[in-house]
Design a protein around this ligand. Structure first.
Ligand code: C2E
Ligand code: CA
Ligand code: CA
Length: 259
């Protein structure tokens, strides 16, 4: 069967899949390299189909970005995440912030910030417990929009994270313009840390610049102990990657934070 028809079928099944809760948020812990403690996590969506097979987001997110369904999907992930946080707060767990990914289409909706706040408040959750990840690629064509939305979020105490930083669209100078709270260094940026002295110098200067601007730095895609140790030495604030933990189902994450 060709890809065209497979993609069409996935698109056709979207509404049913949302209705039947086939989309699941997985949570990938972020840790503080100084203490080893979990300081939060990122919600990453998976599609568990009727037959139990799981699709990764790379398989369906691009389709839904094209046909517009991504807006519904991102709202769904936000609601699921809020519901989980509500449950954990009620159980008395110490809940750290969870970040959700926000697509460009969502940001183009002029009610984005208002809708976000309404949803989070509907669950009675403090706004600082849900962080929003805006990806660097949005900057290329929508720089002023991103800057103004970031300011709006900050005004309400919603932390903004610049995702995929260093993947190609922005320069270090961008950090001067975008008042985000957290910079997330892209995997490609940190992959060469161990082998290439130039990369090391660049990562180090990105971290110091971010710190000078009062931003916190998260490194993502960390797979080895030596990457972890290097970033710790460089005072990187938070680490996310398979070396610490893979994205996990809600129940598993719950067990981690309750312990
Ligand atoms: P992303 O936001 O950059 O998320 C990080 C991706 O890197 C995740 O892939 C994560 O599982 C993976 N990852 C984490 N640590 C490591 C590591 O040590 N090594 C390697 N090789 N990979 C690592 P995932 O879950 O497949 O998600 C892929 C992309 O799909 C995400 O990239 C994000 O752009 C998008 N995505 C996922 N969930 C959502 C969502 O709810 N909404 C939107 N709009 N996009 C989403
Ligand atoms: Ca992300
Ligand atoms: Ca990323």
């Amino acid at each position: 069967q060709n890809a065209f028809f497979e993609n069409m079928q996935l698109e056709d099944r979207f509404d049913e899949a949302i209705g039947e809760h086939q989309f699941k948020a997985y949570y990938q812990p972020k840790c503080n390299p100084k203490t080893g403690e979990i300081v939060g996590c990122e919600a990453l969506v998976r599609w568990v189909q009727e037959d139990g097979t799981m699709l990764s987001p790379d398989r369906f997110i691009p389709l839904f970005e094209k046909n517009g369904d991504i807006v519904k999907l991102d709202k769904y992930v936000l609601e699921e995440t809020c519901a989980k946080i509500r449950k954990w707060l009620d159980l008395g767990y110490d809940v750290s912030p969870i970040s959700v990914n926000v697509s460009l289409l969502q940001l183009l909706d002029e009610n984005f910030v208002e809708d976000h706040i309404k949803t989070v408040e509907k669950y009675g959750i403090p706004l600082n417990l849900i962080e929003v990840e805006f990806t660097e690629s949005i900057l290329a064509e929508n720089e002023s929009l991103l800057i103004s939305l970031t300011k709006q979020c900050k005004k309400h105490g919603i932390k903004v994270l610049l995702d995929d930083f260093g993947s190609g669209y922005s320069s270090l100078n961008m950090l001067n313009l975008l008042p985000c709270d957290i910079v997330k260094l892209d995997k490609r940026f940190v992959d060469k840390l161990e082998t290439d002295d130039k990369s090391k110098a660049i990562v180090l200067s990105a971290i110091s610049l971010a710190h000078t601007l009062q931003m916190s730095v998260t490194a993502e895609g960390i797979e080895t102990k030596s990457q972890y140790d290097l970033l710790k030495e460089m005072h990187c604030d938070t680490i996310q990657g398979f070396y610490c933990a893979k994205p996990m189902p809600e129940k598993e994450y719950e067990n981690l934070i309750k312990g």
